[in-house]
Design a protein around this ligand. Sequence first.
Ligand SMILES: [Zn+2]
Length: 472
Amino acid sequence: MQAVVVSKTDWKSPVVEFFCEEDVRKVEFFDNEMKAEIQKFINSGLFSGKKFEIVPVTNHSKKIVILAGCGKTKELSPTQMRIITAKLVHSQVISGYNTIQIIPMKGRDSEIAEGVVIGGYTWEKYLTEKAPGPSKAMIKSSNVKEVEKIIFIAESVNYARDLVNDDSDFMNSVQIEREVKKLVSGKKGFSVKVLEEKELKKLGLNLILAVNGASPYPPKLIIAKYNGGKGKYTAFVGKGVTYDSGGLGLKPSEYMKYMRDDIGGVAVLMGVMRNVIKFRPKKNFIFALPLVENMIGSKAYKTGKIIKSYSGKTVEVEHTDAEGRLILADALAYVDKNYKPETMIDIATLTGACITALGYDYMALMSRDDELADSLLKSGQKTNDRMWRMPLYPELLDYLKTKDADINTLGPPRVASVITAGEFLSRFVGNTRWAHIDIGAAVFVNDDHRWYFGHGATGKGVRILTDFILSH
Ligand SMILES: [Zn+2]
C-alpha cells in the first residue's frame, strides 16, 4: 500500500481517525457537522474506542469518517499502534475504497505510516485475483520530512520482502545479480564486482563452491561497494541461499516448503542498499552477497567432507543443512582480507534453533564487541525491529572440536545451536570488530499474522541496519 504525507484532508475519500478509550467522550474533530454525528454514535454506545473497533460514520452527504479504536492509552505501545493500523488497512469497512485519509493521534504519525506501508503489504504476484482494498493512504502530518523518511524505509522493507517471497527458481543467483545491478547502476558512489565460479575456484572460496555443488545455477559472490566519505569500510555480509533443501542431509518435507526464505540475509542488505542510495550517508560500505543453492545430486557436497576454506582453515561438514555458516565463513574471510574493514556485520537465516530460543519476533545478536552490540541493540529498540543479544565466549569452541579438521561445522544436536553457529563464524573474521545477526526465526511468517506482518517474508533487519548506518 502506498502512503503519502499531506497537510490537510478533504471529503473526497473516507477520513480515518484513531481514538483511545479514554479520549472517546471528549472527541475533537475538525468538522463541526461531523463532530455532532460522531458524538451521536458515541453517546449511543456504537463506538467506545476499544482496540480493533472500526466503525464508519456518515451524515448521508459525501462525508465519511472511520472511527478506529486503539484501546487503553497506557497499553498502546508503538508496536500496538502499527498492529492496529495494519488491521485497519485490511478491514472490510474500507475495502470498497481506493484511497483513505488518516488523521493520526498526536506523536503517532511515524508508527501509523509504518503500519500502513509494512502492515498493508501483500504478496500477490502469482494470484490471478487480487484482494480488494485501498491502494493508497494519505497521512496528515506536519512532520513531513520525518514521516516521508519512515515511509521510504518501510518501502525498502517491502522491497526485501518481495525478493524473499518470490519463487526460488526465478530469484536464483543470476536474477539476484540482475536485481543488484538494477538497484545500484548509475547511483553515485556505488560499484559492483561479481566473483563467478572460475574466480571463486582460483581464489579458493571452496566453502561457497561446495555448497552450490548440485545446483543448476552458478555460485556467485557479489560485492557492492559504496564510497560516500572518508575512512575505513563497514562491511555487511548477507546469507544468500536461494533455496535450501538441506542438501544430502535432506530436510523433512514440511520444513522445506518455505526454504526460499534462506535468501533473507541478502534481501535485507539489498533493502539497506536502497536506503543508502536515497540518504547518501558520508561513509564507506561493502555489501557482500554470497549466492548459492543447497541441493541434492551426484555433485552435492557430502556429510563428513573436509574442505579447505578461503581463510586456510579446514572445515568438517557435520551436516549438509548447516550450509549457511560455510558460505558466510568464506565471504567474511574474503571481505576481511581484501577490504580490511573496521567493522563487519553479517545477517543470516542461520538457525532454526532461533525459533526455539526467541520465538518469531526477535532476531538473535552475537558479538564479542560490547560497543558494537549496544549500538545495534539501540537501533533495534528505536526502530522496534527487535533483537536480543546472546552470549559468545571462547570455551564455546569446545563444541566445535573434531579430530579430522581444524573446526567442525556443528556442535552436538540441540545444544546451544544458535551460539555455536555464531562461534563458528567468529573464527573467520580475524581481529576485525564483528557482529552476527540470526534472522532464522524472524525472516518469515509461515502461517498467520505475527504483529503487523501478514503471511510471508517480514523484511526484519532492514530498519535496524538502516538506523545503524544513518546514526553511527
Ligand atoms: Zn540449511
